[in-house]
Write a protein that binds this ligand. Structure first.
Ligand code: CO8
Length: 259
């Protein structure tokens, strides 16, 4: 399907989704959020796609929610916009496939929140991160107060959100907000290399690991550990487990079954 605000490119099992509204620094409005929702839902259902890389066109990944649109909202509309964005991001977070954010530039406000909903974040040295909302008289509304605190800890999240500070990719790396920093010209290659490394592992195992981490972090430790044991046990019903262990014993690389 074609999208007004997205460019989609297929590279074998890797699908690259590029946000393409550069005239507004890829600011998120209802239409763009809807496009993202549909595109991720399609990618989740697409048998060819195993990993998704999300990036932005131009000098921004996403410079936040659309301030021109938000300026005219009333309380009900603000709540609805916040709920819709959070639902879309949650569906991305829980997608049955790994999502890597290749952060090419500004990831501010809703942009920082969007990349936090992805599994992994690789950033160009030109990228900038922050939650500038309190400077606009609002708070992060696409689940940023929750995901930032979970990723970097409550103290650092409070500092970044209360001061609305913008930080560099190197600083984001040092606080654990992102996984890697690279030169701009290497960004997509690095993201693809990360994707290829994951693709070389057992697909079912990776998706179970994602589920265990995502669901486990939201519950108490005993429930989370029990869930891990269930998913661990379930791995033994897959051909991947048999092939992965057999390959180790035979000192060769696994030949994962293609579904
Ligand atoms: N919304 C709308 N338009 C934007 C946004 C935005 N977030 N960011 C940039 N633009 C537009 C600019 O208005 C400008 O448009 P025009 O050319 O028509 O004047 C164009 O993009 C280019 O931007 P700049 O000229 O400002 O580019 P600079 O390189 O000078 O500056 C910055 C880049 C520093 C990124 C600057 O554009 C900026 O500060 N942008 C706003 C960043 C921000 O505050 N983001 C947070 C927004 S709030 C948010 O995301 C809340 C999320 C939760 C919502 C909950 C629901 C209610």
């Amino acid at each position: 399907m074609e999208y007004e605000n997205l460019q989609i490119e297929q590279q074998g099992p890797i699908q690259i989704i590029k946000i393409n509204r550069p005239q507004s620094l890829n600011a998120l409005n209802f239409e763009l959020l809807s496009d993202l929702d549909c595109a991720f839902s399609e990618a989740g259902a697409d048998a060819q796609t195993e990993i998704i890389i999300l990036s932005g066109e131009g000098k921004a990944f996403v410079a936040g929610a659309d301030i021109a649109k938000m300026a005219k909202m009333n309380a009900i509309e603000g709540k609805e916009f916040s709920e819709f964005g959070s639902e879309v991001f949650r569906r991305i977070e829980l997608l049955n496939k790994v999502v890597i954010a290749a952060v090419n530039g500004y990831a501010l406000g809703g942009g920082c929140e969007l990349c936090m909903a992805c599994d992994l974040r690789i950033a160009s040295v030109k990228a900038k991160f922050g939650q500038p909302e309190v400077g606009l008289g609002i708070i992060p509304g696409f689940s940023g107060t929750q995901r930032l605190a979970r990723l970097v800890g409550v103290g650092k999240a409070k500092e970044l959100i209360y001061t609305a500070s913008t930080i560099t990719a190197e600083e984001a790396l040092s606080i654990g907000l992102i996984n890697e920093v690279t030169e701009p010209e290497n960004l997509m290659a690095q993201a693809c290399a990360m994707a290829e490394k994951i693709l070389s592992k057992g697909k079912i195992a990776v998706s179970f690991a994602k589920e265990a981490i995502n669901r486990g972090i939201e519950t108490d430790l005993d429930t989370a550990i029990a869930m891990e044991s269930n998913l661990f046990g379930l791995c033994f019903s897959s051909e991947d487990q048999k092939e992965g262990m057999q390959a180790f014993l035979e000192k060769r690389k696994p030949n994962w079954l293609k579904k």
